[in-house]
Design a protein around this ligand. Structure first.
Ligand SMILES: Cc1cc2nc3c(=O)[nH]c(=O)nc-3n(C[C@H](O)[C@H](O)[C@H](O)COP(=O)(O)OP(=O)(O)OC[C@H]3O[C@@H](n4cnc5c(N)ncnc54)[C@H](O)[C@@H]3O)c2cc1C
Length: 438
């Protein structure tokens, strides 16, 4: 497994990170080290794995390696929804509904795990249990939400339906026509959450950042090469999510997509009053290409409305500025009266996608395990998968593990340049279909 050079993929503009305060700093790996467990990637998946190893194997040595600043991949850059249930899976037959419910149970297990950790370590991450609203700006998308509502009713899952007028009052914008709110999801500042997890790592866990793994050679033990040193480990957990193909894993099964999000400055008192002083909220679009929008505790507005195939992964200043304008357009459409509300931060991040929306969870060779590819919903799921991949590597059985092992696997994707052509065409079509929700 080779990645001869590592190219930095993250910008330094993530608004959540700036607001979360100073992140803990970790050294770079230098020289040669030997451990029982190596974890590659310090996001929600890798960190959950580290906590679990420390819990199950108290005497074992554990090293986590991250290519960039720890936790600063998608885990800090996401929109901060710890989801209870997802809309876009559909649910067009009884079997689909059962699959969606099973996935929801896994999400709830991941959410519970995070909640326990937030409480136990008293992590300050703006934890907000007000749930999320699935909204349609375009009346043509209302039937999709009604179908979802029917499913939630049949499954006896708590939800609330919002009509246009009461929704406008709740949100402070009359942009949306209809919404279905689910009540078990949580909103957070994701960077503050990941910061809390990093600050409270168990004592047996050593973390090295800015230490990209360039290759993993296996001959009995496993040798992980980084620019500054080499790590030899008995067991390896690979938790690099969207960067799996870069490290040589799952190239014919998963691919990264690049998203950009913006966070405004805080609304001043007059602006806040002008939108009716609503409580914080989180809106997810009825369309997969629609905008995710949040009003945060400190009265900022988050807009994320771009999804694209950007094979270079890193986004330069000019590209980010262009995306910032798109985010601003999404903001102005929703809040035309907040003409002076500017954007403070715009950043990009990567999600890992498979063609059939299935995750990766497997032993890839003796004592090397992979977990990732949450198809843009990995805060709760990644936290659960990090724990379960360690259980799998340790022979620790559970019903949850069995469920995850029994899930369908990601299906084949064509190599580049066919992948480029297919993805560009598909995204362009989806963007066109979802344009009224962007
Ligand atoms: C803009 C955006 C919005 C999103 N919104 C949501 C949301 O609201 N809710 C939700 O549930 N999900 C959301 N997601 C998805 C979610 O953030 C991810 O699914 C989740 O963070 C995955 O966690 P992870 O630990 O598997 O991966 P990551 O957080 O990406 O962590 C992987 C780590 O591996 C490191 N790494 C990569 N290559 C190497 C290497 N060669 N050597 C060493 N380290 C390496 C990276 O630096 C990174 O820190 C969003 C994602 C984005 C980008």
């Amino acid at each position: 497994m080779q990645n001869k050079r590592y190219r930095q993929v993250n910008d330094d503009n993530c608004g959540w990170t700036h607001l979360a305060g100073e992140m803990p700093a970790f050294p770079q790996l230098e020289g040669n080290r030997q451990v029982d467990w190596a974890i590659v990637g310090a996001g929600f998946t890798g960190l959950a794995a580290a906590y679990r190893i420390a819990e199950l194997h108290p005497g074992d040595s554990i090293i986590v390696l991250d290519a960039e600043k720890a936790g600063q991949g998608a885990s800090a850059r996401n929109s901060g929804y710890i989801v209870d249930i997802t809309l876009n899976d559909g649910g067009s037959s009884l079997a689909d509904e059962q699959t969606q419910l099973a996935k929801s149970r896994l999400n709830m297990a991941g959410l519970k795990l995070l909640k326990n950790r937030v409480r136990h370590y008293d992590i300050d991450c703006d934890w907000d249990e007000s749930g999320k609203l699935h909204c349609a700006a375009d009346v043509r998308n209302i039937p999709k939400l009604k179908k979802f509502e029917g499913f939630l009713g049949r499954a006896d899952l708590p939800h609330t339906v919002w009509q246009k007028e009461e929704l406008a009052q709740r949100l402070g914008t009359d942009h949306y026509q209809y919404a279905v709110q689910t009540h078990k999801g949580v909103l957070v500042n994701p960077a503050a959450l990941v910061k809390g997890l990093l600050e409270n790592l168990p004592a047996s866990v050593m973390l090295y950042e800015r230490s990209p793994v360039l290759s993993i050679q296996s001959d009995g033990a496993h040798r992980l090469t980084t620019p500054g040193g080499e790590l030899t480990a008995d067991r390896v957990i690979v938790a690099v999510n969207a960067l799996m193909p870069e490290l040589g894993f799952k190239r014919d099964r998963v691919f990264p997509l690049t998203l950009t999000a913006s966070l405004t400055r805080s609304l001043d008192e007059k602006e806040y009053q002008s939108i009716g002083q609503p409580e914080p909220w989180g809106v997810l679009s009825a369309s997969s290409m629609g905008a995710t929008v949040r009003l945060t505790n400190d009265r900022r507005i988050l807009v994320r409305n771009t999804v694209e195939w950007w094979p270079g992964l890193a986004m330069g200043k000019a590209a980010l500025e262009q995306r910032s304008k798109k985010n601003l357009l999404g903001l102005r459409k929703r809040f035309p009266d907040l003409q002076n509300l500017d954007i403070d931060y715009t950043w990009s991040g990567h999600v890992c996608i498979s063609r059939n929306s299935k995750p990766v969870f497997e032993k890839t060779r003796d004592n090397v395990f992979l977990a990732g590819c949450y198809n843009a919903g990995g805060v709760a799921m990644g936290s659960l998968f990090g724990k379960l991949i360690v259980d799998y590597a340790s022979g620790h059985e559970s019903e949850q593990l069995e469920q995850v092992l029994g899930q369908e696997k990601p299906v084949f994707i064509p190599p580049r340049p066919l992948l480029d052509i297919g993805l560009k065409a598909r995204l362009a079509w989806q963007r066109y279909q979802g344009r009224s929700e962007a």
